[in-house]
Design a protein around this ligand. Structure first.
Ligand SMILES: C[S@@+](CC[C@H](N)C(=O)[O-])C[C@H]1O[C@@H](n2cnc3c(N)ncnc32)[C@H](O)[C@@H]1O
Length: 276
Protein backbone atom coordinates (compact mmCIF):
# COMPACT_ATOMS: atom_id res chain seq x y z
CA UNK A 1 0.00 0.00 0.00
CA UNK A 2 1.42 3.37 -0.96
CA UNK A 3 1.84 6.02 1.66
CA UNK A 4 0.42 9.40 0.78
CA UNK A 5 3.44 11.62 1.43
CA UNK A 6 1.64 14.83 0.60
CA UNK A 7 0.64 16.23 3.97
CA UNK A 8 -1.54 19.27 4.50
CA UNK A 9 -0.21 21.96 6.80
CA UNK A 10 -2.97 21.33 9.33
CA UNK A 11 -1.93 17.69 9.78
CA UNK A 12 1.74 18.65 9.93
CA UNK A 13 1.10 21.21 12.63
CA UNK A 14 -1.18 18.88 14.53
CA UNK A 15 1.51 16.16 14.59
CA UNK A 16 4.18 18.63 15.68
CA UNK A 17 1.77 19.74 18.43
CA UNK A 18 1.32 16.10 19.48
CA UNK A 19 5.07 15.89 20.06
CA UNK A 20 4.83 18.79 22.49
CA UNK A 21 1.66 17.48 24.09
CA UNK A 22 3.13 14.08 24.89
CA UNK A 23 6.79 14.86 25.54
CA UNK A 24 7.15 18.61 26.10
CA UNK A 25 9.65 18.63 23.22
CA UNK A 26 9.34 21.73 21.08
CA UNK A 27 9.62 21.05 17.35
CA UNK A 28 9.45 24.10 15.11
CA UNK A 29 7.74 23.82 11.69
CA UNK A 30 11.12 23.33 10.03
CA UNK A 31 11.51 20.05 11.95
CA UNK A 32 8.63 18.51 10.01
CA UNK A 33 10.95 16.60 7.65
CA UNK A 34 12.69 15.07 10.65
CA UNK A 35 9.40 14.07 12.26
CA UNK A 36 8.01 12.77 8.99
CA UNK A 37 11.08 10.60 8.50
CA UNK A 38 10.72 9.15 12.00
CA UNK A 39 7.02 8.38 11.59
CA UNK A 40 7.09 6.98 8.07
CA UNK A 41 8.11 3.43 8.98
CA UNK A 42 5.48 3.29 11.74
CA UNK A 43 2.76 4.23 9.27
CA UNK A 44 3.98 1.49 6.96
CA UNK A 45 3.98 -1.05 9.80
CA UNK A 46 0.40 -0.10 10.61
CA UNK A 47 -0.58 -0.13 6.92
CA UNK A 48 -1.92 3.39 7.22
CA UNK A 49 -2.19 5.40 4.04
CA UNK A 50 -1.75 8.91 5.34
CA UNK A 51 -0.40 11.01 8.20
CA UNK A 52 -3.94 12.19 8.79
CA UNK A 53 -5.00 8.61 9.56
CA UNK A 54 -2.05 8.31 11.93
CA UNK A 55 -3.08 11.49 13.70
CA UNK A 56 -6.55 10.05 14.25
CA UNK A 57 -5.03 6.85 15.67
CA UNK A 58 -2.87 8.86 18.03
CA UNK A 59 -5.93 10.64 19.38
CA UNK A 60 -7.68 7.31 20.00
CA UNK A 61 -5.01 4.93 21.19
CA UNK A 62 -3.01 5.26 24.39
CA UNK A 63 -0.78 2.40 23.27
CA UNK A 64 0.13 4.27 20.11
CA UNK A 65 1.19 7.27 22.18
CA UNK A 66 3.89 5.04 23.70
CA UNK A 67 5.24 4.11 20.25
CA UNK A 68 5.03 7.74 19.20
CA UNK A 69 7.14 8.85 22.17
CA UNK A 70 9.72 6.18 21.38
CA UNK A 71 9.92 7.46 17.81
CA UNK A 72 10.04 11.20 18.38
CA UNK A 73 12.65 11.27 21.14
CA UNK A 74 16.37 11.48 20.37
CA UNK A 75 18.11 8.95 22.58
CA UNK A 76 21.76 9.36 21.68
CA UNK A 77 24.08 8.71 24.63
CA UNK A 78 27.38 7.03 25.51
CA UNK A 79 29.50 5.83 28.43
CA UNK A 80 31.60 8.62 30.02
CA UNK A 81 29.94 11.23 27.82
CA UNK A 82 31.64 14.60 28.51
CA UNK A 83 34.74 13.55 30.41
CA UNK A 84 35.03 16.72 32.49
CA UNK A 85 31.81 15.88 34.34
CA UNK A 86 33.20 12.53 35.42
CA UNK A 87 36.53 14.15 36.39
CA UNK A 88 34.61 16.64 38.52
CA UNK A 89 32.65 13.86 40.24
CA UNK A 90 35.79 11.84 40.90
CA UNK A 91 38.13 14.60 41.99
CA UNK A 92 35.78 17.04 43.68
CA UNK A 93 32.20 15.96 44.32
CA UNK A 94 32.69 12.43 45.68
CA UNK A 95 35.48 13.12 48.21
CA UNK A 96 33.70 16.26 49.45
CA UNK A 97 30.30 14.60 49.73
CA UNK A 98 31.64 11.50 51.46
CA UNK A 99 33.60 13.54 54.00
CA UNK A 100 30.46 15.55 54.83
CA UNK A 101 28.07 12.54 54.89
CA UNK A 102 30.06 9.53 56.13
CA UNK A 103 26.98 7.55 57.19
CA UNK A 104 24.52 8.48 54.43
CA UNK A 105 23.60 6.98 51.05
CA UNK A 106 24.31 9.19 48.03
CA UNK A 107 21.06 9.60 46.10
CA UNK A 108 21.61 10.13 42.38
CA UNK A 109 19.09 10.75 39.60
CA UNK A 110 19.90 10.28 35.93
CA UNK A 111 16.90 12.31 34.83
CA UNK A 112 16.90 11.63 31.07
CA UNK A 113 18.66 8.31 31.25
CA UNK A 114 18.01 7.03 27.73
CA UNK A 115 19.46 3.50 27.38
CA UNK A 116 21.31 3.68 30.71
CA UNK A 117 24.92 4.40 29.75
CA UNK A 118 24.96 7.53 31.94
CA UNK A 119 23.59 5.71 35.00
CA UNK A 120 26.00 2.78 34.59
CA UNK A 121 28.93 5.16 34.06
CA UNK A 122 28.06 6.76 37.40
CA UNK A 123 27.74 3.31 39.00
CA UNK A 124 31.19 2.25 37.73
CA UNK A 125 32.72 5.44 39.07
CA UNK A 126 31.00 5.00 42.43
CA UNK A 127 32.13 1.36 42.69
CA UNK A 128 35.71 2.46 42.05
CA UNK A 129 35.35 5.20 44.67
CA UNK A 130 34.07 2.63 47.15
CA UNK A 131 37.37 0.76 46.85
CA UNK A 132 38.98 3.81 48.45
CA UNK A 133 36.11 4.57 50.84
CA UNK A 134 34.54 1.24 51.85
CA UNK A 135 31.75 2.99 53.78
CA UNK A 136 30.48 4.79 50.69
CA UNK A 137 26.92 3.87 49.62
CA UNK A 138 24.83 5.06 46.67
CA UNK A 139 21.54 4.54 44.84
CA UNK A 140 20.94 5.61 41.26
CA UNK A 141 17.53 6.20 39.73
CA UNK A 142 17.37 6.41 35.94
CA UNK A 143 14.21 7.86 34.40
CA UNK A 144 13.10 8.59 30.88
CA UNK A 145 9.87 9.24 29.06
CA UNK A 146 10.55 6.64 26.35
CA UNK A 147 9.68 3.04 27.23
CA UNK A 148 11.94 1.40 24.66
CA UNK A 149 15.10 2.98 26.03
CA UNK A 150 14.12 2.18 29.62
CA UNK A 151 13.80 -1.49 28.68
CA UNK A 152 17.32 -1.33 27.23
CA UNK A 153 18.60 0.26 30.44
CA UNK A 154 16.97 -2.42 32.59
CA UNK A 155 18.38 -5.16 30.37
CA UNK A 156 21.86 -3.63 30.65
CA UNK A 157 23.03 -5.29 27.42
CA UNK A 158 25.19 -3.25 25.08
CA UNK A 159 27.05 -3.70 21.83
CA UNK A 160 28.43 -1.72 18.93
CA UNK A 161 29.59 1.88 19.04
CA UNK A 162 29.04 2.55 22.73
CA UNK A 163 30.89 -0.58 23.86
CA UNK A 164 33.70 0.21 21.39
CA UNK A 165 33.88 3.70 22.91
CA UNK A 166 34.13 2.34 26.45
CA UNK A 167 36.76 -0.19 25.39
CA UNK A 168 38.80 2.62 23.91
CA UNK A 169 38.69 5.00 26.88
CA UNK A 170 38.32 2.66 29.90
CA UNK A 171 39.16 -0.94 28.87
CA UNK A 172 39.75 -2.02 32.47
CA UNK A 173 36.23 -0.94 33.46
CA UNK A 174 34.72 -2.81 30.52
CA UNK A 175 36.52 -5.97 31.67
CA UNK A 176 35.54 -5.49 35.27
CA UNK A 177 31.88 -4.47 35.04
CA UNK A 178 30.64 -6.27 31.90
CA UNK A 179 30.49 -9.88 30.80
CA UNK A 180 30.65 -10.74 27.12
CA UNK A 181 27.69 -12.88 26.05
CA UNK A 182 27.84 -13.62 22.34
CA UNK A 183 27.75 -10.37 20.42
CA UNK A 184 26.87 -8.14 23.38
CA UNK A 185 28.21 -7.12 26.78
CA UNK A 186 26.01 -7.40 29.89
CA UNK A 187 26.38 -5.23 32.96
CA UNK A 188 27.34 -7.49 35.87
CA UNK A 189 24.62 -7.98 38.52
CA UNK A 190 26.66 -6.22 41.23
CA UNK A 191 26.66 -3.01 39.18
CA UNK A 192 23.04 -3.34 38.12
CA UNK A 193 21.96 -3.78 41.74
CA UNK A 194 22.62 -0.11 42.46
CA UNK A 195 20.58 1.21 39.53
CA UNK A 196 16.82 1.21 38.95
CA UNK A 197 14.91 2.56 35.95
CA UNK A 198 11.45 4.09 35.88
CA UNK A 199 9.24 5.93 33.41
CA UNK A 200 8.91 9.62 34.18
CA UNK A 201 7.93 12.78 32.28
CA UNK A 202 10.19 15.62 33.36
CA UNK A 203 7.29 18.11 33.26
CA UNK A 204 5.89 16.34 36.32
CA UNK A 205 7.25 16.27 39.81
CA UNK A 206 8.85 12.93 40.61
CA UNK A 207 6.49 10.95 42.86
CA UNK A 208 9.24 9.88 45.18
CA UNK A 209 9.97 10.96 48.75
CA UNK A 210 13.73 10.71 48.11
CA UNK A 211 15.63 13.98 47.80
CA UNK A 212 18.59 13.73 45.45
CA UNK A 213 22.11 14.90 46.22
CA UNK A 214 23.15 14.75 42.58
CA UNK A 215 21.06 15.06 39.42
CA UNK A 216 22.30 14.48 35.87
CA UNK A 217 19.94 16.38 33.58
CA UNK A 218 22.06 16.24 30.48
CA UNK A 219 21.28 16.75 26.81
CA UNK A 220 17.55 17.01 27.30
CA UNK A 221 16.87 20.68 28.16
CA UNK A 222 17.88 21.58 24.59
CA UNK A 223 14.68 19.93 23.34
CA UNK A 224 12.38 22.17 25.39
CA UNK A 225 11.37 25.80 24.89
CA UNK A 226 12.14 28.32 27.61
CA UNK A 227 8.92 27.90 29.63
CA UNK A 228 9.42 24.14 29.36
CA UNK A 229 13.00 24.42 30.62
CA UNK A 230 11.90 26.57 33.56
CA UNK A 231 9.17 24.11 34.42
CA UNK A 232 11.49 21.09 34.26
CA UNK A 233 14.22 22.80 36.27
CA UNK A 234 11.77 23.74 39.00
CA UNK A 235 10.28 20.23 39.17
CA UNK A 236 13.77 18.73 39.34
CA UNK A 237 14.86 21.24 41.98
CA UNK A 238 11.91 20.28 44.18
CA UNK A 239 13.30 16.72 44.27
CA UNK A 240 16.78 17.80 45.37
CA UNK A 241 18.36 18.49 48.73
CA UNK A 242 19.37 22.10 49.38
CA UNK A 243 22.92 22.43 48.11
CA UNK A 244 22.45 19.42 45.78
CA UNK A 245 24.41 19.41 42.54
CA UNK A 246 22.88 19.55 39.05
CA UNK A 247 24.87 18.59 35.96
CA UNK A 248 23.76 19.65 32.48
CA UNK A 249 24.93 18.77 28.96
CA UNK A 250 27.76 20.31 26.98
CA UNK A 251 25.57 22.55 24.85
CA UNK A 252 23.31 23.56 27.73
CA UNK A 253 23.49 26.49 30.11
CA UNK A 254 21.04 27.88 32.63
CA UNK A 255 22.42 31.37 32.04
CA UNK A 256 19.24 32.92 30.61
CA UNK A 257 16.74 30.75 32.45
CA UNK A 258 15.02 31.70 35.68
CA UNK A 259 15.72 28.94 38.17
CA UNK A 260 16.70 28.32 41.76
CA UNK A 261 20.08 26.98 40.65
CA UNK A 262 23.35 28.78 41.18
CA UNK A 263 26.24 28.52 38.74
CA UNK A 264 29.32 26.73 40.08
CA UNK A 265 31.43 25.85 37.02
CA UNK A 266 30.59 25.23 33.36
CA UNK A 267 27.88 22.51 33.27
CA UNK A 268 27.71 22.40 37.09
CA UNK A 269 25.02 24.08 39.20
CA UNK A 270 23.90 23.97 42.80
CA UNK A 271 20.39 24.00 44.28
CA UNK A 272 20.36 27.18 46.27
CA UNK A 273 16.89 26.94 47.75
CA UNK A 274 15.08 24.78 50.23
CA UNK A 275 12.81 22.38 48.33
CA UNK A 276 9.11 23.27 48.51
C1 LIG B 1 19.87 12.78 24.02
S1 LIG B 1 19.26 11.75 25.30
C2 LIG B 1 20.35 12.16 26.64
C3 LIG B 1 20.78 10.92 27.40
C4 LIG B 1 21.80 11.18 28.51
N1 LIG B 1 21.27 12.07 29.52
C5 LIG B 1 23.08 11.76 27.94
O1 LIG B 1 23.36 12.93 28.14
O2 LIG B 1 23.82 11.02 27.30
C6 LIG B 1 17.76 12.63 25.76
C7 LIG B 1 16.74 11.74 26.48
O3 LIG B 1 15.73 12.58 27.04
C8 LIG B 1 14.50 11.87 26.99
N2 LIG B 1 13.39 12.82 27.12
C9 LIG B 1 12.92 13.70 26.20
N3 LIG B 1 11.88 14.38 26.68
C10 LIG B 1 11.67 13.93 27.94
C11 LIG B 1 10.73 14.25 28.96
N4 LIG B 1 9.79 15.18 28.79
N5 LIG B 1 10.80 13.60 30.13
C12 LIG B 1 11.75 12.64 30.33
N6 LIG B 1 12.67 12.29 29.40
C13 LIG B 1 12.63 12.93 28.22
C14 LIG B 1 14.56 11.16 25.66
O4 LIG B 1 13.67 10.06 25.60
C15 LIG B 1 16.04 10.76 25.56
O5 LIG B 1 16.24 9.43 25.96
Amino acid sequence: MDLDLAVDTGTQNALLAQVHRHTGIFMADRKWTLLQGRLRRRLQELALKSYREYLALLEDSKDEVGYFIDLVTTNETSFFRTQRIWDYLWQDFLPTWQAAHPAATLQVWSAAASTGEEAYTAAMLFEEFRLQQPGFRYRILGTDIARRVLEAGRAGKYHGRNIDGLRKIRPALLDKYFRQEGDHFSVIPALRAGVTFREHHLYKRLADPVRFDLVLLRNVLIYFDEPGQENVLEKVRQSMVPGGVLLVGESESLGRIRSGFVYRQPLIYCNDKTPA
